[in-house]
Design a protein around this ligand. Structure first.
Ligand SMILES: NC(=O)CC[C@H](N)C(=O)O
Length: 419
């Protein structure tokens, strides 16, 4: 049925109105970027089901620049772990511009991986026998986030390589403080190539959606990075992604995001979708004017701020009672169990009063998913009940059994009884 796509309609409306927005300036410190069309403007959104929505110019490739930073951070975290990466770069908003010399006076580490200094250090961490191999890894990883192979805009790369003295200086400084491994010149060349990787707004929305989806690309189904890595990257984006405008951004938009000097912007609504905008004119912080305006409106219109309460789901506990003779307590639950839902189930169980040695029936037939926290909580409660002499029966725990070591995870009949 056509004509009911209100998401695309909202994007089209934003596109139409914000195209008229002037202000900002196209970056020209990398000469090749100055050639960008200031009126090029596209918006795309990809849901965790892989549904795609778009408005404006979404198929024109542009160089991702700093928008690559969170994705290369993800690669480094996946390859080396948080501790190793944390020895090289901090996770504090610098409150300074993207190209600032933000090195900790004591440790010599750059403030965070979203500013140039931190990103150069992270790029240098990516394993590889030589620069070509290291870059091939980066390009491959960016392509897996996008769901298709990406390439490099050689002209933009050369243009930055010819003029990138400030970044070279940063790399040498970091070599001096010990934050940068290996050859500074090589680190910066790899970083310039990374910045010159090109993709479309449509690609970028898939990349953002992959972070929203715990590291699994919702279009290709590939697990690009482990879930804890995606969570860590989003946390760094939330605090540092918009440079010295990060606080205002969190206040007004409330989503993890990353901008770049070519006018790209990604924002992530965790567990919901990824969104990308491209529009070259930048504000004084180096963030794209139309992209910032679009995300402010989208966040407000669709209620996306991270700090908002989520919409209440269906009730978790569908039945809770104790038989009249006091012999058996029954609690039935439904839906996906996380901490909140498990707390409801356990609270309901706690309200029941089966006599000493009485039976406890926990009906999970209609539970659709359970996360590690909820599983551990239920396991612990069931162990305590068994220790107190109750006969506990869990039904519908097949889903829970898969990889769970505790009582809920015990192999056996579908209804496991324990005393
Ligand atoms: N903010 C950015 O996008 C900066 C990236 C750019 N390649 C630079 O290092 O200057």
């Amino acid at each position: 049925m056509e004509g009911i796509d209100v998401v695309s309609e909202a994007l089209a409306d934003l596109h139409r109105r914000l195209l008229a927005l002037d202000g900002g300036a196209v970056a020209d410190y990398i000469p090749q970027l100055a050639l960008a069309d200031p009126d090029c403007f596209g918006l795309a959104l990809v849901s965790l089901d892989g549904h795609r929505y778009r408005a404006g110019r979404c198929d024109e490739a542009f160089t991702l620049q700093s928008v690559t930073k969170p994705f290369v951070l993800a690669l480094a975290l996946a390859e080396l772990g948080a501790e190793e990466v944390g020895r090289t770069v901090g996770a504090e908003p610098s409150g300074e511009a993207f190209n600032a010399i933000s090195l900790d006076p004591v440790t010599g580490r750059p403030a965070n991986p979203m500013i140039n200094a931190g990103a150069i250090a992270v790029t240098a961490l990516v394993p590889g026998g030589d620069p070509a191999e290291r870059f091939a890894r980066i390009l491959d990883c960016l392509g897996r986030f996008a769901g298709r192979p990406l390439d490099v805009d050689e002209e933009v790369y050369r243009s930055e390589a010819e003029t990138g003295d400030r970044n070279r200086a940063l790399a040498h400084l970091m070599r001096g403080t010990g934050a940068l491994r290996g050859d500074p010149a090589e680190a910066v060349e790899t970083y310039f190539r990374q910045c010159a990787v090109r993709a479309t707004v449509a690609d970028l929305a898939v990349m953002a959606a992959t972070l929203a989806n715990g590291g699994v690309n919702p279009v290709t189904g590939e697990a690009v990075v482990p879930e804890p890595v995606a969570v860590a990257v989003l946390a760094v984006m939330a605090t540092c992604g918009m440079y010295d405008a990060a606080g205002e951004w969190m206040l007004r938009v409330g989503l993890p995001a990353k901008s770049g000097v070519s006018g790209g912007l990604v924002a992530v609504s965790p567990a919901r979708f990824g969104v990308a905008v491209h529009s070259p004119p930048l504000d004084s912080f180096g963030n794209p004017v139309r992209g910032v305006a679009a995300l402010r409106e989208l966040s407000e219109r669709f209620g996306l701020h991270l700090m908002r309460n989520p919409a209440p789901g269906a009730p978790t506990v569908t039945r809770a009672d104790t038989a009249e003779d006091g012999g058996t307590a029954l609690v039935a639950a439904q839906g996906a169990l996380d901490f909140t839902a498990a707390e409801r189930v356990l609270f309901a169980l706690g309200q029941q009063a089966p006599g000493p040695g009485g039976r406890v029936l926990l009906d999970l037939e209609r539970v659709t998913a359970i996360d590690a926290a909820a599983r551990a909580m239920l396991d612990r409660a069931l162990t305590l009940l068994a220790e107190r002499g109750h006969r506990v029966t869990v039904t519908g725990d097949a889903l829970l059994r898969a990889d769970a070591p505790g009582p809920l995870g015990r192999a056996g009949s579908r209804a496991g009884t324990r005393r």
